[in-house]
Design a protein around this ligand. Structure first.
Ligand code: AMP
Ligand code: ZN
Length: 115
């Protein structure tokens, strides 16, 4: 599995940096965002290091599908029953700050700090 020793999310996968985990399997990890925009703000990441969505292709369709399919299940488990947003920031113009693919899943009662 590809990892980047300088990547903060790879360090979270390796347990070198703590996180508030909500879900984990062989391929995926989900944890709470450290600076939430909404009452519930999760980050869904692949355990393998993939820098951006530009680095994904048809071979990642199943992985990306599993990431997406987790969102409603986890939000429901966390009591978010009135709606949520999924955001994947990609590249400089997309506002991506951490160069490891991650899906923001945000929900809970409004107002939210962003969006
Ligand atoms: P983006 O701008 O899409 O790259 O988002 C990166 C997100 O990662 C931001 O919402 C940060 O708050 C979040 N983040 C950065 N470091 C950590 C960390 N150690 N634990 C949890 N979330 C983090
Ligand atoms: Zn990484």
């Amino acid at each position: 599995m590809s990892t980047d020793p300088n990547c903060i999310f790879c360090k979270i996968v390796a347990g070198q940096i703590p996180s508030r985990k909500v879900y984990e399997d062989d391929e995926l990890l989900v944890f709470h965002d450290i600076a939430p925009w909404a009452p519930v703000h999760l980050l869904v990441i692949p355990k393998q290091h993939i820098a951006t969505m530009y680095d994904t292709g048809p071979q990642h369709a199943a992985l990306l599908g599993r990431m997406t399919a987790l969102a409603p299940r986890l939000m429901r488990d966390l009591g978010v029953a009135n709606g949520f947003r999924i955001v994947v920031n990609t590249g400089p113009d997309g506002g991506q700050e951490v160069q490891h693919v991650h899906m923001h899943v945000m929900g809970g009662p409004r107002p939210w700090s962003k969006g």
